[in-house]
Design a protein around this ligand. Structure first.
Ligand code: MV4
Length: 454
């Protein structure tokens, strides 16, 4: 196993990785920006190195500074967490050329899956259901029209280099498709430096269900069940849960097996997530692979009892998976609320600054992953998530009830947070019955706003 690793991240995930390393007796080197000098994870790491000023581009995305820190601190591996450099194939390649183990998939795999059109083709080769659409990229207007006529409107135009909701457009007829095709290409060229797009049939108000995967260096791949992430707003997840209230055991088995097949096709190593859309009729379709640990990995940890960061480190260290598919058993129901420093009544406008008081909930069935403390100042440069609150109970109804209790108990004085809207979502009949889809928050956003005081 590694003796010493560098953590190329900040906030709660840096702390999460340090906790896992401690348990495995791995020394940790934390990096930080000038804006994070008072971060709590710096006290938990064995060594700390400043890599630049506040803005992410100058610090947590600054490859030469991070690699220099890794060389100076003499680490064997770099753990990227999520965001920043976690899915940067070039960074993984630089790590390799410096003889530093990147704790994630190979650069080739990151690259292959980062191209969504290519990932779609890999899925088809692995006999994984994809949304009806183009065979690979669509290079011209005539081909786009021909594909649309074959699969039927509405269609979605997606940037190959997009993902996570960026670079997508819907078209409902020939003229709007011609328009959207050119607009999408221009937008993709500007955003990603790659104007390649592909076409899919548009699935209206799908559910978002994803499968957690682990793959080792010996070709073993297992799945750890699903997470339902249908409660989101503008592609920002607000609540995740496992198991999905929309899956039958039969669908779960099929989706898990499909996710394992595409990961084997991609020679996938380390922890990853295979994302699917689920339609009203119970059909599921592959959309993309996230080649990293995700924010919501904690939900899977709760129901499986498996520490995913331990697994990442063990796999990257060259160990064989100690678990077989049959060893993965889930217990009960877990829900996660992402507590963001945002004002849900002001269009989720970020609300950084001083946290005067921070008293997280506790008690039976509750887990809080957070880097925030009373007196902490939330820097304006990074994403606004300040805590992940999880409830784990025997069934969904009890998990909701424990989550509501924990949300009420949470004291955060200073910034505005998403706690009030999460409370209202958990009280909503569509959520409670498990019938919600990815359109839920936007559809009900007016009902989910705070009641004006009279
Ligand atoms: C779609 C779709 C409907 N039809 N593809 C958005 C994020 C990216 N991962 C894929 N996304 C979608 N792809 C087809 N063919 C609808 C979405 C989508 C969505 C997907 C998952 C979670 C939330 C979403 C919100 C809006 C749209």
């Amino acid at each position: 196993m590694f003796r010493r690793v560098l953590i190329a991240n900040r906030g709660e995930i840096a702390q999460r990785i340090i906790r896992a390393c401690r348990e495995l007796s791995i020394e940790t080197v934390a990096i930080y920006s000038e804006a994070d000098a008072d971060a709590i994870y710096l006290r938990q790491a064995d060594e700390t190195i400043c890599v630049g000023p506040g803005p992410g581009a100058k610090s947590y995305l600054n490859i030469p500074a991070i690699i220099s820190a890794a060389e100076i601190a003499d680490v064997e591996a770099i753990v990227p967490g999520y965001g920043f450099l976690a899915e940067n194939a070039h960074f993984a390649e630089v790590c390799r050329s410096c003889n530093i183990q990147f704790v994630g998939p190979d650069p080739e795999t990151i690259e292959a899956l980062g191209n969504k059109s290519n990932a779609r083709e890999m899925a088809m080769r692995a006999d994984v259901p994809v949304v009806p659409g183009s065979d690979g990229p669509v290079e011209d207007e005539a081909t786009a029209l021909a594909v649309a006529r074959e699969i039927g409107y509405p269609v979605m135009i997606k940037a190959s280099s997009g993902g996570g909701g960026r670079g997508m457009r819907v078209a409902s007829n020939d003229p709007s498709l011609i328009n959207a095709f050119h607009a999408a290409r221009t937008e993709a060229e500007n955003a990603f430096g790659d104007k390649t797009v592909y076409l899919e049939k548009f699935v209206e108000n799908p559910r978002h269900v994803e499968i957690q995967i682990l793959g080792d260096r010996f070709g073993n791949v297992i799945h750890l069940g699903e997470r339902d992430c249908s409660v989101q707003r503008r592609h920002q997840k607000l609540i995740e849960e496992s198991p999905s209230p929309a899956l039958t055991p039969e669908m779960r088995g099929k989706m898990g097996a499909a996710a394992v097949r595409i990961c084997k096709e991609a020679n996938y190593q380390n922890a990853g997530t295979v994302e699917f859309l689920l339609d009203r009729n119970g059909n599921f379709y592959f959309i993309e692979v996230n080649a990293r640990i995700q924010v919501e990995h904690t939900v899977t940890e709760m129901v499986t009892g498996i520490d995913l960061i331990h697994q990442q480190l063990l796999i990257a260290g060259g160990e064989r998976l100690s678990l077989e598919q049959e060893d993965v058993q889930t217990r009960g129901h877990a829900i996660e609320c992402r507590i963001n420093a945002e004002d849900p009544d002001k269009d989720f406008q970020p609300s950084p600054g001083l946290v005067e008081l921070f008293v997280p909930p506790g008690g039976p069935g509750v887990r809080v992953d957070s880097h925030v403390y009373s007196g902490y100042r939330i820097p304006p440069y990074y994403d606004s998530m300040i805590a992940k609150l999880l409830a784990h109970r025997a069934d969904r109804r009890q998990a909701i009830s424990t989550m509501l209790r924990a949300l009420d108990e949470f004291v955060i004085v200073g910034p505005k947070t998403t706690i009030p809207i999460q409370r209202r979502i958990l009280m909503h009949s569509d959520f409670r019955s498990g019938e919600h889809d990815t359109g839920f928050v936007e559809r009900y956003s007016s009902n989910l706003q705070a009641k004006p005081k009279t």
